[in-house]
Design a protein around this ligand. Structure first.
Ligand code: FAD
Length: 307
C-alpha cells in the first residue's frame, strides 16, 4: 500500500497530523495497533483541553478527534508497526503481520507506554491483580483493597478513580511529597478511602494465583512490612514507544525521538510528534500542536523535494 503521508499511531498527535494532512489534500493513512484515541482513552475526565468548559471524558474526546479525521476522508489501518526501513525516495513501515506500507513522508506519533516497577512478582501476576490502567481494570476491584504506586498526576488520578470503586486504596510513593498538581493532591488528602504511604517503595508483589499482598519498605526507617491488597496499579511513568525504530532516527538516552522545531527528525522525510518526542510538556494540547506542525512541515517537505 502506498500513501503520501504515513502516520504511526492514532493518539491526539497522530489524529491531529491526519486532520492537517487531509486539510492539505494529502493522502494519509494512520496505522494504529489498538483503538484510535491513544492514551487519553485512559483518562476519566479531562479538564485542561480548551473548548470543554465542563471537562470531557477521554473516550469522548478521542471519539470526536477520530470522527473529525474520518470526516475529512482520512484512513486508519489496524496493525502494529514492528519496523521502519528508511529510503531516499520512500520510507517503508513493516507491520507485525508482514504488511508493508510505503510513502515519502512518515510521521511517528506512537506516544508512550507505562513503565514497569521491575520488582519480583510483577511480571507473573500481571493481569492477575497487577494492572497499568485503573480506568480499564478498576471495575474488577469493587469493594476490594488496592494499591497505586506512583506520585505524579496520573497516579493520583488513578487513586481517585479507584476510590469510587474500591473499599480502600493505598497510594505508595518513594518521595516524601507527591509531584502531582496541587488540586489533585488536595482531593487525594481529603478522600477518606485513600491512605498515602510516602517515602516508601514496593519491594515485591506476592500471591500464588492472584495478588495477595505487597511488601513495602520505608525509606525513612528501612523497615519492611506486608500490606494485604487485591490489586496493584503501577503508575510510575511512561516509556516512549520508539523501540521499533532501531536507530533509524536519533533518540535521547531515555528513548524519546529528537526533533527540531519543525518536528523533523535526523532522517529526511521522517517527522515525530507528541509524547514520543523529547520535549518539556507531555499533554494533549501539546501533542495536538506537535501533530499540526509535523503535518505542515511534511507537506512542505513533499513540495520542496518534488515527491
Ligand atoms: C491516566 C492519564 C490521564 C491523563 N490525563 C490528561 C489530561 O487530563 N490532560 C492532558 O492534557 N493530558 C493527559 N494525559 C496525557 C495525555 O494522554 C498524553 O499527553 C497524550 O495522549 C499524548 O498523545 P500522543 O498522540 O503523543 O500519544 P498517545 O496518546 O500515547 O497515542 C499513541 C498511539 O500510538 C499507538 N502505537 C504505539 N506504538 C505503536 C505501534 N508500534 N504500531 C501502531 N500503533 C502504535 C498507541 O496504541 C496509541 O494509540 C493523561 C495521561 C494518562 C496516562
Amino acid at each position: 500500500m502506498e500513501r503520501k503521508v504515513l502516520i504511526a499511531g492514532a493518539g491526539p498527535a497522530g489524529l491531529t497530523a491526519g486532520i492537517y494532512g487531509r486539510r492539505a489534500k494529502l493522502e494519509t493513512i494512520i496505522v494504529e495497533q489498538s483503538f484510535p484515541g491513544g492514551t487519553i482513552t485512559l483518562a476519566d475526565k479531562i479538564e485542561n483541553y480548551p473548548g470543554f468548559p465542563r471537562g470531557v471524558s477521554g473516550q469522548e474526546l478521542a471519539a470526536l478527534m477520530e470522527q473529525q479525521y474520518r470526516n475529512l476522508g482520512g484512513q486508519i489501518l489496524n496493525g502494529e508497526i514492528s519496523q521502519v526501513v528508511p529510503g531516499k525516495q520512500q520510507h517503508t513501515l513493516i507491520l507485525s503481520d508482514g504488511q508493508k506500507l510505503i510513502g515519502p513522508a512518515l510521521i511517528i506519533a506512537t506516544g508512550t507506554t507505562r513503565k514497569k516497577l521491575g520488582v519480583p512478582g510483577e511480571e507473573n501476576l500481571a493481569g492477575r491483580g497487577v494492572s497499568y490502567c485503573a480506568v480499564c481494570d478498576g471495575a474488577f476491584f469493587k469493594n476490594r483493597t488496592v494499591a497505586v504506586v506512583g506520585g505524579g498526576d496520573a497516579a493520583l488520578m488513578e487513586a481517585l478513580h479507584l476510590a469510587h470503586l474500591a473499599a480502600r486504596c493505598f497510594l505508595i510513593h518513594r518521595r516524601d511529597s507527591f509531584r502531582a498538581a496541587a488540586s489533585l493532591q488536595e482531593e487525594v488528602f481529603k478522600n477518606p478511602k485513600i491512605t498515602p504511604v510516602l517515602s516508601a517503595v514496593v519491594e515485591s508483589i506476592t500471591g500464588s494465583t492472584r495478588v495477595e499482598s505487597i511488601v513495602v519498605r520505608s525509606l525513612a526507617t528501612g523497615k519492611t512490612e506486608p500490606i494485604a491488597v487485591d490489586g496493584v496499579f503501577v503508575s510510575v511513568g511512561q516509556q516512549p514507544r520508539s523501540e521499533f525504530l532501531n536507530e533509524v532516527v536519533r533518540l535521547s538516552p531515555s528513548g524519546h525521538i529528537l526533533t527540531d522545531e519543525t518536528m523533523a527528525t535526523s532522517c529526511p522525510g521522517i517527522f515525530a510528534c507528541g509524547d514520543v518526542r523529547k520535549k518539556h510538556l507531555y499533554q494533549i494540547v501539546s501533542a495536538c500542536s506537535d501533530g499540526a506542525i509535523a503535518a505542515y512541515f511534511a507537506e512542505r517537505y513533499l513540495t520542496q523535494s518534488g515527491k
